[in-house]
Design a protein around this ligand. Structure first.
Ligand SMILES: [Zn+2]
Length: 417
């Protein structure tokens, strides 16, 4: 498979971009190559695609299901009871819907934490996306269930070969208030041994911090540090409530923070202190969280909310400039996922999007990155390429109608159970 994109705008220059297999192989002002597929890029600019470092993709089925509630009431009274009815088929259809929405808004990778990981993996694989998929570990703070949890995680890892190399199983305990210390420790050991990513919700709400201090005598980050969990393969999701010691630990351990500003704002979880996190040198990436607490999976929205929120919280409009935020949704996130991607450069994985420079939100077209962060909506994204394959062209994704129908039927079945 090879693909030539002719005369596309890259960093204010018109170039030909040649993709062979799954890599950018040549980028020059003019290339004379005969190839399988040619795209006329003259209306487009080429940009890196988005890498969504935290979501629960199948929760698209719960979009709008339980809005306007406090985190713990939201989880305990609404989400968890509905989730107890889930089967793999629901997760498959919910993830296909999520993948459709993500592709249509320029995302090629998602870092997932949810139940029925094979449903998620099948959907991600079929849709041509990249994904790190972790079966969520929840033992209800019962250490006697620890071996069962690790066996569950291990079983998924052992199934990795059933899917394409774009799809990888990872390790993910839900949070310190739903998972025993035993499971946290053993799952971290498993992730390190298998050289896999490990993600966990940390310090999302003030209640979590208060309870952690009461139960463990330590703040959540310091509790995880005391258990030896934190290392560079860890993505700490949320981190809304950090003190200076927490930040220092996360920095020293090389942990990545997945900042999910829309979810944090919707659940009124508190103010993520962007300025202090940057000052501490932390690696921050932007992520959407699930569609039940967002309620969409658009990284465009997430970037805009992230920068606006950082500006409001700090009272400083120079904080979180467009390029910095764009990098947190593209190259920094790809790096955190261990992918050689996120830049349009020879030798990098061929993931990208073509944006329509005649779309009203990108006109006049002199400030592309600024427009992508502050102005763009998904409609300006014409083409999405992942691993050298075209997932969307002319805004059309394969099997769209069937995906929507499947998701609607899965939702009806889920709520009737
Ligand atoms: Zn989450």
């Amino acid at each position: 498979m090879s693909l030539l994109i002719k005369q596309v705008l890259l960093n204010n220059e018109r170039v030909d971009v040649y993709i062979e297999h799954n890599n950018f192989t040549a980028i020059k002002p003019k290339l004379s190559i005969s190839t399988d597929t040619v795209i006329d890029g003259s209306r487009f600019a080429i940009l890196p695609a988005f890498y969504n470092m935290h979501t629960h993709s199948a929760m698209t089925l719960m979009r709008g299901y339980a809005d306007d509630l406090e985190l713990h009431a939201w989880l305990e009274d609404h989400i968890w009871p509905l989730e107890s009815n889930l089967v793999e088929e629901h997760v498959y259809h919910g993830t296909r819907l999520a993948a459709l929405e993500m592709i249509k808004s320029g995302t090629v990778f998602f870092n997932d934490m949810y139940f029925f990981p094979y449903g998620t993996a099948k959907a991600a694989d079929e849709m041509g996306m990249r994904a790190d998929i972790a079966p969520v570990l929840v033992d209800g703070m019962d250490a006697s269930r620890s071996d069962e949890m690790i066996a569950y995680a291990k079983e998924a890892i052992d199934h990795s070969d059933d899917y394409s190399s774009r799809v990888r199983f990872a390790v993910s305990p839900h949070a310190i208030y739903t998972v025993s210390a035993d499971t946290l420790i053993k799952s971290a050991e498993l992730a390190r041994k298998e050289n896999l990513p490990y993600q966990i919700h940390i310090s999302e709400s003030e209640t979590e911090v208060k309870n952690s201090l009461k139960q463990f005598g330590l703040r959540p980050v310091q509790y995880l540090e005391s258990l030896g969990i934190l290392s560079p393969n860890v993505t700490a999701v949320h981190c809304v409530h950090l003190d200076d010691t927490d930040r220092k630990i996360l920095k020293n351990r090389g942990v990545t923070i997945a900042h999910c500003p829309a979810s944090n704002m919707k659940l009124s979880s508190g103010h993520f202190d962007y300025v202090s996190a940057k000052k501490a040198g932390l690696n921050i990436v932007v992520a959407t969280d699930g569609a039940c607490s967002n309620n969409n999976l658009s990284m465009l929205d997430e970037m805009k909310i992230a920068t606006l929120r950082a500006k409001v919280n700090s009272g400083d409009p120079t904080i979180a400039p467009a390029q910095e935020i764009f990098d947190m949704a593209t190259v920094k996130a790809a790096e955190a996922a261990g992918l050689n991607a996120g830049k349009i450069e020879v030798g990098m994985l061929a993931d990208c999007m073509l944006v329509n420079l005649n779309h009203p939100t990108l006109v006049p077209s002199g400030h592309l990155i600024s427009d992508m962060v502050y102005s763009a909506n998904p409609e300006c994204i014409d083409t999405v390429i992942c691993d050298g394959n075209i997932l969307m062209q002319d805004r059309k994704v394969k099997n769209e109608e069937e995906i929507i129908k499947g998701a609607n039927e899965a939702y009806s079945d889920l709520i009737k159970k």
